[in-house]
Design a protein around this ligand. Structure first.
Ligand code: FMN
Length: 375
């Protein structure tokens, strides 16, 4: 399997499967001199952890992280930071459930493509590396990235924007979004919409089904100038980061697909000079990117999250051992909707990408030998 490392300078390498012993991550590029303890990382892991609300999987993982390297007396040394989380809720009954249907491909899951790629060695237990469990280590590395961003005055937040067609429209000011969103299980800052969303997910859950939706992410405080103009555009790298999360099926920046129905002057964000003589934009249809480079405005994007593939209704499929069509019933635990659990994962991937680009830009810029009055 290739591609278990993400980033150029801030490099995150992760491993671990759904029913393996443990999940691990090594983060390269962490600056020396940062105070760091397990609790700094645990906070976001607890936001991703299953088994906490009726909207997520009953799998009871504690997701207790241990920082095992890169620290001396609670301060980073600049050495790679290694972290480990043990899988604790692994029981024979669940392994047997997976074993019983290991030859039947579960619709919407990655089994068919894993079988094509890895043959009989494909991990059939809990989806192996395709399981949402691997995202623990993204969140662990992301918590570190967020800590670095905080020292630069950059903050990344995510929340549920819509679920099954119910849209959050009453979005408070940026500083209040997190507090408001955490008042409900679906992590939506519009309380009226959140209630409707939760009621709808519970109805769908009772049908043995699952629900999709969208997540909005905002990064505030990102300086203008991040992103490389051609292949490594900031938005392109963010797309790589976010589209690497399981169950994400769409991504749009700023006005997104809405630009298709706009005239040029409606779409263009007009620049103006603020009271300090700094360049600002009146609107943010661009999502904070121009030519793949951050323009100093908020980075704004939305992700489409598909409904959880595991459902309790019978689904047509194929038995790959017998090469016969068959019907698959429900087999295991699942999240009725993935929305609230994916939010910390998406924030993490965005935070890591921004840190990586900050390091690249600062490194490159330090070699530029001219005065730039617009910086
Ligand atoms: C945090 C997280 C938790 C997930 N939990 C589940 C789950 O409980 N049940 C399930 O069927 N899929 C779950 N998924 C989705 C599957 O991992 C994903 O849909 C599957 O691997 C197929 O990949 P694709 O949807 O990107 O094509 C989860 C994904 C994430 C990111």
């Amino acid at each position: 399997m290739l591609g278990n490392t993400f980033g150029r300078l801030f490099r995150v390498t992760a491993c671990g499967e759904s029913y393996g012993d443990a999940l691990l991550v090594i983060v390269d590029g962490v600056p020396a001199g940062m105070s760091l303890c397990d609790a700094d990382i645990q906070f976001d892991l607890d936001r991703r952890r299953p088994g906490q609300t009726p909207l997520d999987s009953p799998r009871m993982e504690t997701d207790q992280v241990k920082v095992v390297s890169g620290l001396l007396e609670g301060v980073t040394t600049g050495a790679p930071v290694g972290m480990i989380i043990y899988n604790v809720d692994r029981h024979d009954i669940h392994v047997q459930q997976y074993r019983d249907v290991k030859d039947q491909i579960r619709p919407g899951h990655a089994e068919y493509t894993y079988m094509v790629k890895y043959g009989t060695h494909a991990d059939w237990c809990g989806a192996g590396r395709a399981s949402g469990r691997e995202t623990c280590m993204r969140v662990a590395a992301g918590a570190l990235a967020k800590k670095i961003l905080a020292t630069e005055g950059i903050k990344v937040i995510g929340y549920t924007k819509s679920c099954m067609g119910i849209e959050a429209t009453n979005i408070p000011a940026f500083d209040l979004i997190e507090t408001e969103a955490r008042k409900n299980h679906i992590i939506c800052p519009d309380q009226v919409a959140a209630k409707k969303m939760i009621d709808r997910v519970m109805e769908i859950k009772d049908e043995g089904e699952t629900a999709g939706g969208t997540i909005e992410l905002i990064a505030r405080g990102v300086p203008a100038g991040l992103g490389e103009p051609v292949f490594d555009k900031l938005n392109a790298c963010i797309a790589h980061a976010l589209m690497s999360i399981g169950a994400i099926k769409g991504l749009e920046f700023g006005a997104g697909f809405g630009v298709a129905n706009m005239k040029g002057s409606e779409c263009n964000d007009f620049p103006y000079l603020d009271e300090n003589g700094k360049v600002k934009f009146r609107t943010n249809n661009s999502g904070g990117f121009l030519g793949g480079i951050s323009n100093g405005d908020d980075l704004v994007m939305r992700l489409a999250v598909k409904p959880t593939p595991t459902v309790s209704v019978a689904q047509p499929t194929i038995d790959m051992e017998k090469m016969q069509e068959t019907t698959l019933g429900a087999i295991t635990r699942r999240d009725p909707t993935l929305l609230s659990r994916i939010i910390p994962v998406a924030e993490s991937m965005l935070a890591m990408t921004i840190v990586d680009h900050l390091m690249m830009w600062r490194g490159y810029d330090s070699l530029q030998k001219f005065e730039n009055k617009w910086k």
